[in-house]
Design a protein around this ligand. Structure first.
Ligand code: GTP
Ligand code: MG
Length: 204
């Protein structure tokens, strides 16, 4: 799948504000600074569709993008950003939990994990949370350009060990870099396939 159209639809804070047209939907979740907005720009081939910043915490709402006029990609605010108040953090976490657990057209969440660093406790906790909420998810490893090719296996193994301590099998995963565009084709092919399954399902 090539992305021909990418339209910003809006920034929302509650589920009732979100589009209600039941198009297949995917969400990018991950720690602040993991590369969610960059990946969205990379997938769409647009430099500044989503705001990327050196200072974390830029994305504060559920930002909806409509791709190829068929499916939504939602760029969620990152978790684990230290410099925000406790109250604000609670608000964010409530907003994200509500969105993830109640959004019926969410085909898959994508949890973004920075492959260039060790598995982080907060990420593993968030993955647990996805499991508890029974949200279908896949993993997107980001920033793979920052590690040497020979080190990849070692980094992947660390994540796999951490995940398999709590899960019986690995979810689907993708290895990506917004800089080198690695993983773009594979990720879009996965989305295309799930879109098809979803569309068949709601039409049946
Ligand atoms: P929040 O909106 O704060 O949650 O952050 P985010 O997850 O959207 O991260 P963002 O895309 O803004 O990227 C954060 C920083 O990481 C920026 O400085 C990006 O340039 C950098 N970055 C993102 N993806 C990659 C990548 O694949 N490779 C490298 N080398 N840097 C990246
Ligand atoms: Mg962002």
């Amino acid at each position: 799948m090539e992305i021909q159209h990418a339209d910003f639809i809006g920034s929302f804070t509650t589920n009732s504000q979100c589009p209600q047209d039941r198009k297949p939907e995917y969400a990018f979740i991950g720690r602040s600074n993991v590369g969610k907005s960059s990946l969205l720009n990379m997938l769409t081939g647009r430099k500044d569709l989503a705001r990327v910043s050196k200072s974390p915490g830029k994305t504060q709402h559920l930002n909806f993008y409509l791709l190829n006029r068929v499916w939504y990609l939602v760029d969620l605010p990152g978790y684990g950003y230290a410099k925000i108040s406790k109250t604000k953090r609670k608000e964010w976490s409530k907003m994200i939990d509500r969105y993830l657990s109640l959004r019926k057209s969410l085909c898959s969440a994508f949890i973004l994990l920075d492959l260039s660093i060790d598995p982080q406790k907060i990420d593993l906790e968030f993955i647990e949370r996805l499991g508890q909420m029974q949200v279908p998810f896949a993993i997107i490893y980001t920033k793979v350009d920052k590690i040497k090719t020979g080190q990849r296996k070692k980094h992947l193994q660390k994540y796999e060990d951490a995940l398999l301590a709590n899960w019986s099998s690995m979810p689907p995963y993708f290895i990506t870099s917004s800089t080198s565009r690695e993983g773009k084709k594979e990720l879009l092919a996965f989305i295309e396939e799930v879109n098809q399954q979803y569309l068949n399902y709601i039409q049946s």
